[in-house]
Design a protein around this ligand. Structure first.
Ligand code: URA
Length: 287
């Protein structure tokens, strides 16, 4: 049995907490608030829907730092651990209402230890600016915390290894809305193989770990950089984002009918111990 102290994320239970706990989503309907402006009715932190509500933002941020410390010592993916320069945990406002989940760090992110610092990140910042937000107001993470060599696609076993960190981040930041960027994050957090082209721009209520939130899948900015039509669709989805944020806090989602976890590789027998929780979050300006 693997045991890992990931703060609020028990290692053994994460699959059932993600896939068993994800609930059938709610498709947007007319009059659900999409397209409304951010300001009216947009009450920050009006109501949290999980036990995290009773923990202060400071406590959750401290727990996030512990999770970061654990992730920094992670060697579950031997190849990624051996080839990475840094663990790109995530960055931004640890109490954000809006979280973005991308795919995996690239070369620039690996060097700097920060997510989305390359061309795709610049586009993300531009699109955020167009709706009156900055990257310091949101939290940005990835499915994988380590760069796959040569920017190859994340492998199923790597995704499985890294998912507890993402669930922990979601539970601790407890965002009202999560934008999944592209196919990997979307398929993982929806626990459904439907691709981004089919589901982008559609709001769904989902419970991930212990946190009920709204998922809002959108195209990955890197894809939009090279395809004008994708850029157009991404911009349009971004324009709907203030309306999604203005929706009332999500209630419980309906029960999931059948969710199969992706095929996975066997669990490794052990996991590296976590490093001491140090001041790295502050040093890197992570959150
Ligand atoms: N693409 C991603 O998915 N994540 C990053 O951090 C950078 C590029």
């Amino acid at each position: 049995m693997c045991s890992l102290s990931l703060g609020p994320v028990p290692w053994d239970g994460y699959r059932s907490r993600l896939w068993g706990g994800v609930e059938r989503g709610v498709r947007p309907e007319s009059g659900d608030g999409l397209g409304a402006s951010l300001a009216p009715g947009y009450e920050r932190r009006a109501r949290r829907t999980t036990f995290e509500a009773v923990r202060s933002a400071t406590e959750r941020r401290e727990a996030l730092k512990e999770l970061l410390s654990t992730a920094r010592g992670c060697t579950r993916c031997a190849e990624l651990a051996a080839t990475r320069t840094s663990v790109v945990f995530g960055a931004g406002n640890a109490d954000a209402d809006l979280m973005f989940v991308g795919e995996a760090p690239g070369a620039n992110e690996d060097l700097q230890g920060l997510p989305f610092v390359g061309a795709a990140g610049k586009l993300l910042e531009t699109l955020l600016g167009e709706i009156g937000l900055s990257r310091t107001e949101v939290f940005i993470a990835n499915v994988l915390k380590c760069r796959p060599p040569g920017n190859r696609d994340p492998r199923p076993g790597e995704i499985e290894n890294c998912t507890p960190y993402l669930i922990g981040q979601i539970e601790l930041v407890a965002p009202r809305v999560i934008c999944t960027l592209g196919n990997f994050a979307t398929k993982l957090l929806r626990s459904d193989p439907a691709g981004i082209t089919r589901v982008h721009g559609q709001v769904e209520v989902r419970t991930i770990g212990s946190h009920t939130t709204r998922l809002f899948p959108i195209y990955h900015p890197a894809a939009a950089l090279y395809t004008p039509r994708t850029m157009e669709a991404l911009r349009e989805d971004f324009r709907a984002l203030p309306g999604v944020l203005a929706l009332p806090p999500p209630g419980p989602a309906a029960p999931l009918e059948a969710a199969e976890p992706p095929t996975t590789e066997p669990e490794p027998a052990s996991i590296a111990p976590s490093g001491a929780a140090g001041p790295v979050a502050e040093q890197l300006g992570l959150f």
